[in-house]
Design a protein around this ligand. Structure first.
Ligand code: GLU
Length: 309
């Protein structure tokens, strides 16, 4: 090995990218804290991006509330927050390149046109032309994408069969999450995508788009899903309950345990700043379980580790 190879100076950078659909909840705190810890473990930076792409799904003031909550939890980004609602020109430029290269195409199909193929678009079967067609990425038959997730292991998806040609801009106007996330991860220089396992099956689409746009693919780590004691996803119940920014320590401790970390490492820290310092020093990435993990806000108030389902 040459001297050059033994001194890696790669700049690692992670991010947290919430959609402003409500207050910060336990599931999003887990993603925020998990991505922050992973970035810090690599000596890297951590950024925040507000994914405000879809106004009808957004709650006025939610983004500001989430940012204030992050700050109350001591999770301060290392640079300005990027708002996706300001990024039209960048998304349009990427879309134009994909259209020009033939990787993307205008699609007039409606949902009902695609019902026969289970919603999977393989070829246009539009019954009628629309004034504003959707734009899709063409996914050739047999396109299979695999990647090695730092937590979930090897993940392989036959994108053509399971997803089909996917939407980059919707017929009703909004940019698709898949396009925006790829353009912005590249623009922000993100090297490590750490987020909830509910997005594991989006990653092959994002890798395909990165290839089509000539962008590097970041490393991926998908955090365990949070479930209730019966193993049900918490999105509509406990995980969707807001965490209390006025009392950050119990939720940080619960998130720490859900990440498989040793609760003793945070014992005796009564202030957010020192608790985060202790967390940073004691964090062991390999302890993060694949999940799902049973955790609840109630667990924030007792000292037992959550059970792993
Ligand atoms: N905005 C997405 C969400 O809140 C997360 C996007 C990502 O981390 O890639 O589910």
């Amino acid at each position: 090995m040459t001297e050059h190879e033994t001194t890696p100076h790669t700049h690692r950078r992670g991010r947290f990218a919430p959609s402003p659909t409500g207050p910060l909840h336990f599931g999003s705190l887990l993603a925020a804290f998990g991505s922050w810890l992973m970035a810090r473990a690599h000596g890297g930076q951590w950024l925040v991006r507000v994914e405000d792409l879809d106004p009808p799904r957004e709650v006025p003031g939610a983004a500001e509330g989430q940012l204030q909550a992050l700050s109350a939890f001591g999770l301060e980004p290392d640079g300005p927050v990027l708002w996706q609602s300001t990024r039209d020109a960048a998304y349009q430029a990427a879309l134009d390149r994909l259209l020009a290269s033939g990787a993307a195409f205008a699609c007039h199909c409606s949902r009902s046109d695609l019902a026969a193929s289970g919603g999977v678009h393989r070829a246009c079967v539009a019954g009628a032309r629309r004034d504003n067609p959707a734009i899709r990425l063409r996914v050739a038959d047999g396109t299979t994408i695999g990647f090695d997730d730092a937590i979930q292991g090897r993940y392989v998806q036959d994108v053509a069969a399971e997803v089909g040609d996917f939407v980059l801009r919707r017929a009703d106007g909004p940019w698709a999450y898949q396009l925006a996330v790829v353009v912005d991860d590249a623009a922000q220089g993100i090297t490590d995508v750490v987020r909830g396992a509910d997005l594991l099956d989006s990653t092959p689409r994002q890798i395909l788009l990165q290839r089509a746009l000539g962008l590097p693919s970041p490393a991926h780590a998908h955090l365990p899903l949070v479930v209730d004691a019966d193993g049900n996803k918490l999105s509509k119940s406990l995980a969707a309950l807001p965490v209390d920014p006025a009392d950050p320590l119990p939720a940080l401790r619960a998130a720490w345990r859900a990440l498989g970390q040793d609760p003793r490492a945070l014992a005796g820290h009564g202030a957010t700043a020192t608790l985060l310092q202790a967390a940073r020093a004691a964090f062991v990435p390999s302890r993060i379980p694949r999940g799902p993990v049973a955790a609840s806000l109630a667990a924030a108030h007792n000292t037992e580790a959550p059970g792993h389902a």
